[in-house]
Ligand binder design. Structure first.
Ligand code: SF4
Length: 523
């Protein structure tokens, strides 16, 4: 795996959880996770997130504060263009800054209130945001890899450093999906499996490149927001569509230029003369025969085995999918264009006197149509969604009545964000969420050696809704105080510092009333 500066390391809990020997310098106990490290002066705990500095427990990463000022760069740039700088001490109006959980720390076990519970006023509405770094044993990443190439069979194991950390799941339209991590790989296998799963998730979620191998499939290098590398080759394009769709999209453009078009695709290969798109515009039959399972006219499944060749098949020679032409319909000189779903592969053939296809140079008249397919392909990308269940005791840091938070989230009265980025909350029970890691501040994630991932999570709601769900009202501090460096009295650690970042350009402001149904009904 590509290097992570914060790669999980094994920890001997027994060794760290002993009282210091007589005469040795005092150690302090960190209880921000179940490991409960005893940390000597000048040293860090097992996760490198906390240190003993002069006898005080210090959270080492700075608290990240979103700064919603025009001159902070908000609304400009594209992927993760977060502006980073030292906090300059400015006092900002409440609605212009948002305390994220990145660097906030955790108050474990969560019967203690979350590290920051801050009040603010946004458009005249009293709001509360509860901020904590959640420790997620139930978490993983869903990875979408834009490629036609076959990466591995469904359910095939995905490995990092030789350990199984997930599996291949369903293919989507132009993408192959991986499901990585999850509680079974974190806790249900060997110590090494859990550690490697945790370090791989940490690296992926923090925007680092990770090397993966798939049993019986490809070798990959994936990095959120960048093109995947498959078997050493950087993927350039996402398919324009399946073979059938490609035939439909370009039928009119090919009419009169060529006698037959076959768009080779591992899933649905399209054949122009038989396809409805060809029929509608009066395409003549050619007597072509495709070696595959015919689905509907001009649409064939299983023309070859999956692979990294033409259209996600194992084909290096597209003629392998053709049977003999019907002599009653075909004719010598019949022209055939065969092309893949990305335009990466294309070849031109003409039938000889024995009705055998013979490859010829691609005629100039067809070159623009192949280029058009390529032009219509989007750049290939790797997308990483962090997925976790924010249930269990984490909710107790928010409220004395945990189910109150769950219900409030499900009714959309509480807005959930991760590092200020929006999340998708699944319907049904619990608070099961997904967040695009490229919309979160860089290096938002940490780990603890249990092993589990540490991820920022914020819950924002009206003050009246917070009170109603049994919130820790006695621990609320004004946002302005938090921005200036105050922290909640429940905190047993100090902050190393603060950093201001601009919100992601596509991210809604986490505390804006538009996020809530009560604002919509008030219109
Ligand atoms: S692993 Fe980290 S969070 Fe857990 S007790 Fe040790 S220093 Fe604290």
């Amino acid at each position: 795996m590509a290097g992570s500066g914060r790669s999980p390391r094994a920890v001997d809990q027994g060794a760290t959880a002993v009282k210091p020997a007589e005469g040795k310098p005092d150690k302090i106990r960190c209880d921000a996770c179940p490991v409960t490290c005893f940390i000597a002066e000048g040293r860090t705990g097992a996760c490198d997130r906390y240190a003993n500095e002069g006898g005080a427990l210090v959270r080492l990463d700075p608290l990240t504060i979103l700064e919603n000022r025009a001159d902070a760069g908000a609304g400009t740039g594209d992927l993760v263009p977060f502006l980073e700088r030292e906090w300059d001490g400015d006092i900002l109006p409440g609605q212009e800054s948002f305390i994220t959980a990145v660097g906030a720390g955790t108050t474990y076990p969560d019967y203690k209130p979350a590290p920051f519970i801050v009040s603010s006023q946004v458009e005249g509405v009293d709001m509360v945001t509860v901020v904590t770094e959640g420790i997620f044993s139930y978490c993983g990443a869903k990875v979408k890899i834009d490629t036609d190439r076959h990466l591995g069979s469904e359910c095939a194991a995905v490995r990092a450093e030789g350990e199984v950390i997930g599996h291949v799941t369903t293919s989507e339209y132009g993408s192959q999906m991986l499901s990585l991590g999850g509680v079974n790989h974190l806790t249900g296998g060997s110590k090494k499996e859990g550690r490697v799963t945790c370090s791989s998730l940490l690296a992926l979620c923090n925007g680092e490149a990770v090397e993966l191998t798939i049993d019986g499939g490809a070798e990959l290098v994936v990095k959120a927001g960048e093109a995947p590398v498959v078997n050493g080759a950087r993927e350039e394009r996402m398919r324009v569509g399946c073979g059938s769709a490609t035939v439909g999209m370009f039928a009119a453009q090919w009419k009169g230029l060529v006698d037959e078009v076959v768009v080779v695709d591992d899933h649905i290969t399209g054949v122009m003369s038989e396809h409805q798109a060809g029929k509608v515009i009066g395409w003549a039959p050619t007597g072509i025969k495709i070696n595959g399972r015919r689905s509907t006219p001009g649409r064939y499944f299983q023309v070859a085995e999956p692979g990294t060749g033409w259209g996600g098949t194992d084909l290096t020679n597209p003629l392998d999918i053709l049977g003999a032409f019907n002599a009653k319909l075909a004719w010598p000189g019949l022209s055939i264009l065969m092309v893949s779903t990305t335009g990466e592969h294309a070849a031109y053939f003409e039938l000889d006197d024995s009705l055998t296809p013979v490859e010829k140079p691609m005629p100039e008249r067809l070159q623009p149509s192949v280029a058009r397919i390529e032009e219509n392909c989007e750049p290939a990308m790797t997308s990483v969604l962090f997925m976790a269940g924010a249930g269990g005791s984490l909710r107790s840091g928010v409220t004395e009545n945990p189910v109150g938070l769950t219900r409030s989230v499900q009714r959309a009265l509480t807005y959930v964000s991760c590092g200020g980025a929006p999340v998708y909350v699944w319907p049904g029970g619990g608070i099961t969420l997904m967040a695009d890691v490229t919309r979160m501040p860089l290096n938002s994630f940490g780990y603890v050696p249990t092993p589990a991932l540490v991820a920022p999570i914020e819950f924002t709601m009206r003050a009246e809704d917070y009170r109603a769900l049994g919130g820790h009202m006695d621990y609320v501090i004004p946002l302005a105080d938090a921005v200036q460096g105050a922290s909640g009295r429940q905190n047993d650690h100090k902050l190393k510092g603060r950093r201001a970042v601009a919100p992601g350009p596509r991210n809604p402001w986490p505390a804006r009333p538009d996020n809530y149904p009560w604002k919509k009904t008030a219109r």
